[in-house]
Write a protein that binds this ligand. Structure first.
Ligand SMILES: [Zn+2]
Length: 498
């Protein structure tokens, strides 16, 4: 059978030095096979795709998100910290049928593709426990959207009320029984589902792979974490967790374990090169070195960290220690636009708020490498993140007539500092155009919208009690966690994070 061939003509390919060169790209069966000077000869059966006046960049890779957040857009109030958010998180998962799970992932994928993202790591939660059908519905949404994804059931064996030492005691007597009674899914049920998911994966692993997502170390017993690590080894799949995202997690982690969370995870044998950790903000002395030695990658989520007031991750120190850092948006209920261009820009800008020496700042080039090659490593996809021969043809075409590119002097700088996704003209994944001329070509966005509005009305009604109960306790939980974090907060950031 002859190979499917495409040649992209007339584009300017972003270069490692920040410039762009006129280059044509030959693609065979979804992979880049040659990048050469404009007009280079190719066989007659190569289908031409025009990239005139377009900057060609590798598809952005979202190192951390949650597709279930898309149907929950607009439901998370302003000025809500991470733990306050978690008190109401049940409302973003309960009462959802398979179609809702599919719909939320499809909405999430549509938003990401529109903003130049071609692959993501999705920790998706189901209530009360993960299911093979539910995870398959999410994977099918990515397959239909034409995007790459790592799909992991997000799991835990403790609720927040049992995860944070002292929290239940701090609640008033009138509320303690109600929240103390809440329980996570039984461990055996959770792992049976996870085993089934991993053992019976029916999707093309070139595009969509399964993984495991123990949600937050404090929300998981040690046995639970050890079993997750074992399963990931046995099945050769990725693991992702939220690590030291908030000050309270770090200080309560130390209170529970007597050592830092990272040291504790290391002792459990949980740290490995299959693991990526989201956030990693409130690290202690020696933690970064330990993550680097174990080959753990970090998913830096600057927009979500700002939205939830979580803090600023010590990214320069990570890079210096040889840790691979990727960039994620987090879910669209805590990072509302799921915009990888914005997250990349913020990764660079945020590094400047407390580093006096300019050469300590994260450069535009470093941020872009994180958002592509760095994130790709976190996903375990080693053939994405670059426009190079041998790599998958995941390519985003940006319109060079957009104002921030005029006049064009420094394509990389003007993109990282000026682009917001509005210049995205065409998105190609594995050589297939999935977005073009302002439209998603794989999903019916009009239909997604009407289904989302209907689902939101139905789910909001079904989950109204959870919203009310979450609101009742959110301020108390927020105040408890803020108090836990005070000790860490009073230290200079450098001391906390080295
Ligand atoms: Zn997250």
């Amino acid at each position: 059978m002859s190979k499917r061939k495409t040649v992209i003509r007339g584009g300017h390919v972003l270069q490692a030095d920040g410039g762009a060169l006129p280059r044509d790209i030959l693609i065979e069966d979804g992979r880049i096979v040659a990048i050469e000077g404009a007009g280079f000869p190719v066989s007659a059966d190569a289908e031409p795709v025009s990239a005139n006046d377009r900057l060609l960049i590798p598809g952005l890779v979202n190192a951390h998100t949650h597709s279930h957040g898309a149907l929950n857009r607009g439901a998370v109030e302003d000025r809500v910290s991470l733990e306050m958010f978690l008190t109401g998180a049940g409302a973003s998962a309960r009462s959802r049928g398979l179609e809702d799970k599919y719909l939320s992932a499809a909405l999430s994928a549509a938003g990401m593709i529109r903003k130049g993202c071609t692959a993501c790591f999705d920790l998706t939660v189901e209530f009360p426990e993960p299911s093979t059908d539910g995870i398959a519905a999410v994977a099918r949404a990515y397959q239909d959207a034409g995007m790459r994804a790592v799909v992991a059931p997000m799991i835990a064996d403790r609720t927040i009320y049992h995860a944070l030492p002292g929290l239940l005691d701090a609640l008033p007597d009138s509320l303690r029984p109600q929240f103390g009674r809440l329980a996570a899914a039984p461990i055996a049920t959770t792992f049976k589902a996870c085993n089934d998911i991993l053992a019976n994966w029916n999707f093309d692993a070139r595009f969509i792979r399964p993984a495991l997502g123990p949600s937050i170390p404090l929300h998981c017993s040690d046995d639970f974490l050890v079993e997750c690590a074992r399963l990931s080894r046995e099945h050769g799949v990725r693991l992702q967790t939220h690590l030291a995202e908030s000050r309270a997690q770090a200080s309560l982690g130390r209170a529970r374990c007597g050592i830092s969370l990272v040291e504790h995870l290391d002792k459990l044998g949980f740290l490995s090169d299959r693991l990526s950790v989201a956030h990693a903000i409130w690290l202690e002395s020696g933690d970064i070195r330990r993550l680097g030695e174990c080959g753990v990658t970090v998913a830096h989520n600057p927009s979500s960290n700002l939205r939830l007031g979580s803090g600023v991750a010590p990214v320069r120190e990570m890079l210096r220690a040889g840790v691979t850092v990727g960039i994620g948006t987090d879910a669209s209920n805590t990072s509302d636009g799921q915009n990888m261009f914005e997250a990349t820009r913020l990764a660079s800008y945020l590094s400047r708020i407390d580093a006096f020496a300019a050469d300590e700042w994260i450069s535009a080039g470093e941020a872009f490498v994180m958002a592509t090659e760095g994130s790709a490593k976190g996903l375990g996809f080693h053939e994405i993140g670059r426009i190079a021969a041998g790599y998958e043809a995941d390519i985003v075409f940006l319109r060079l007539e957009s104002t921030h590119f005029v006049p064009l002097r420094s394509p990389l700088l003007q993109m990282v500092f000026g682009e917001n996704g509005a210049s995205v003209d065409t998105v190609m994944v594995g050589g297939r155009v999935v977005f073009g001329e302002g439209k998603l070509l794989t999903l019916d966005e009009g239909q997604l919208r009407s289904r989302a509005e209907e689902a939101a009305r139905r789910l909001d009604e079904a989950n109204a009690d959870l919203v009310v109960s979450g609101a009742k306790v959110a301020r108390l939980v927020g105040a408890f966690c803020a108090a836990q974090g005070c000790e860490l907060h009073s230290l200079p950031r450098k001391l906390r994070s080295l």
